[in-house]
Unconditional design. Structure first.
Length: 143
């Protein structure tokens, strides 16, 4: 299975969509717990509409997002704490259901995991892939 990741930190919606199209991505899996953004064009409804216009599907998988304590750990650069918190999040029933949905989708379509952080090493996207699809061929866009 091939999976992409993309963080929109420091980019425009136009460049973001162009990177997805260039990579051949056909579905964006939004794995933000809070799919809102102060960056123009990256809140859930606006982003979903723009992706749809570009021929890219959008799916929100909020249960695969980072809970508040994990986001705080990430802001403080405490990756070990983020990893511990996120491991617990992935044990939640809703997260387990959405992880299975993500895997099924990624097996059928070129899928990109979306979050804010540009550097995948600092983001739960990498933790998610390691936990639920460890054998995936991963391409980090904008990394």
């Amino acid at each position: 299975m091939r999976i992409f990741t993309i963080g929109y930190e420091g980019t425009t919606q136009e460049a973001f969509i162009a990177a997805l199209r260039d990579a051949g991505v056909t579905v964006v899996a939004d794995v933000r717990a809070v799919p809102l953004s102060r960056r123009p064009g990256f809140s859930k409804n606006v982003l979903a509409a723009s992706l749809r216009e570009a021929g890219i599907d959008y799916v929100g998988l909020k249960a695969l997002g980072t809970p508040p304590a994990g986001r705080e750990a990430a802001r403080k650069g405490d990756h070990d704490r983020l990893a511990a918190i996120y491991t617990g999040q992935l044990q939640e029933p809703g997260a387990m259901v959405q992880a299975a949905e993500l895997i099924e989708r990624a097996e059928r379509q070129p899928t990109a995991l979306l979050c804010f952080e540009r550097d995948p090493a600092c983001c739960h996207r990498t933790l998610l892939i390691e936990a639920v699809m460890p054998d995936a061929d991963v391409t980090h866009l904008f990394a």
